[in-house]
Design a protein around this ligand. Structure first.
Ligand SMILES: Cc1ncc(COP(=O)(O)O)c(C=O)c1O
Length: 357
């Protein structure tokens, strides 16, 4: 069975050495040495803003919205994982969907301004599949209207734009360290922020709102990551270059051997140093996509329909038309992409797609 992705497992003896440190310290969670060490190593490796690691990539989105959206209308993308839109609703805010650019798959900045109302507080956009949004134009609009900007950068570990970490853009960026991601801590994530005051509030919020053991200024939640997850992260981080090189060679293979006749892939922004997080292709119709999917499934190859449905069609949001996102969501597939995928598998995948598209 060939899945869309496989979790990267570091050397087991290496992991056990980190776990041994936990046994020695007797400290299993609540920001132990491994957690702090991993945060420092991530910041050093990425040359990014300070970060707070958390127990997944969804709760930092919720905390960012709690801090910046103030229960208002949040302009967002319909083309993302469900966590982007559900976090907005979960925080008691109203998602206002703005359609995407049909080549980059990120929010179309030219459509943002007409969606702004007196209730708009924030823009929450996703750097889809690691492709950065039009951050310059978005920031310019936000500044002009006094709005905050959050980036869901779940797919962006080690992505750079114009030489700097993508986590440096916007007021807050968030990332997922889920087991399916390029860098992972089994479950985990992080919030990145350059504003010391905001970061301090986020820090308190991720720890129940504690200011001191007995004082609380504002509401909080438990978003702490365990030392076991940090141990995994320390090992995976050490192997990051191996992971990135391997994934990039798979993407190079797809680019070289797929015909792109009857289907296309995402256009990455210029100036992007990408991490080969996903390899999406989309077809001329859903029918065509389903035909290719069936041919792949018949050979036990299981790409995924990321992202489907378009989030403006979720049953718990008010429907707003986003024709580009709705159409692409129906005919897109993300192809298998992981460390250790065999060349014979890539040969088979490419020939099935080229023959059926
Ligand atoms: C775009 C996006 N945002 C948020 C998340 C949520 O991250 P997590 O699964 O770590 O909660 C994901 C997870 O896949 C994602 O793809």
């Amino acid at each position: 069975m060939i899945p869309v992705t496989k979790t990267y497992f570091p050397d087991q003896a290496r992991f056990q050495r980190e776990v041994q440190r936990i046994w020695e310290s007797g400290w299993l969670t609540n920001r132990g040495d491994l957690c702090k060490e991993l945060e420092a190593k991530i910041q050093e490796r990425l040359s990014c803003t300070p970060l707070i690691m958390m127990n997944n990539g969804t709760v930092p989105l919720q905390i960012a919205l709690k801090l910046l959206a103030n229960g208002g209308e949040v302009i967002t993308t319909p083309f993302s994982y469900v966590a982007t839109a559900s976090s907005i609703v979960w925080e008691g805010c109203t998602p206002v969907f703005v359609d995407i650019n049909p080549r980059t798959l990120t929010i179309n900045p030219d459509l943002i301004e007409s969606a702004i109302t007196p209730k708009t507080t924030c823009i929450l956009a996703t750097h889809v599949f690691g492709n950065i949004c039009h951050v310059e134009q978005i920031q310019e609009i936000a500044d002009r209207h006094g709005l905050k900007v959050i980036y869901d950068a779940a797919h962006c570990f080690d992505v750079k734009y114009q030489g700097q970490s993508v986590f440096n853009f916007g007021d807050i960026s968030t990332c997922s360290f889920h087991a399916t991601k390029i860098f992972h801590t089994a479950e985990g994530g992080a919030l990145f922020c350059n504003d010391a005051n905001l970061l301090n509030r986020a820090f308190r919020m991720h720890n129940f709102g504690h200011v001191t053991p007995e004082t609380f200024d504002e509401v909080g939640i438990n978003a702490k990551i365990s030392e076991l997850s940090a141990a995994m992260g320390l090992c995976v981080l050490e192997d990051l270059d191996i992971i990135l090189d391997s994934r990039k060679s798979v993407v190079d293979y797809y680019r070289k051997h797929l015909s792109f006749q009857g289907f296309q892939t995402q256009t990455l922004r210029e100036g992007l140093d990408w991490n080969a997080a996903y390899f999406p292709i989309w077809f001329e119709s859903e029918e065509k996509m389903l035909q290719v999917l069936k041919a792949l499934n018949d050979e036990s190859i299981f790409p995924r329909r990321y992202f489907n449905p378009s989030l403006n069609q979720l049953p718990y949001v008010q429907y707003q038309s986003c024709p580009v996102s709705e159409e692409i969501s129906q005919k897109i597939l993300c192809l298998p992409l992981y460390v250790g995928i065999e060349e014979s598998t890539l040969v088979l995948i490419c020939s099935i797609i080229n023959d059926n598209a």
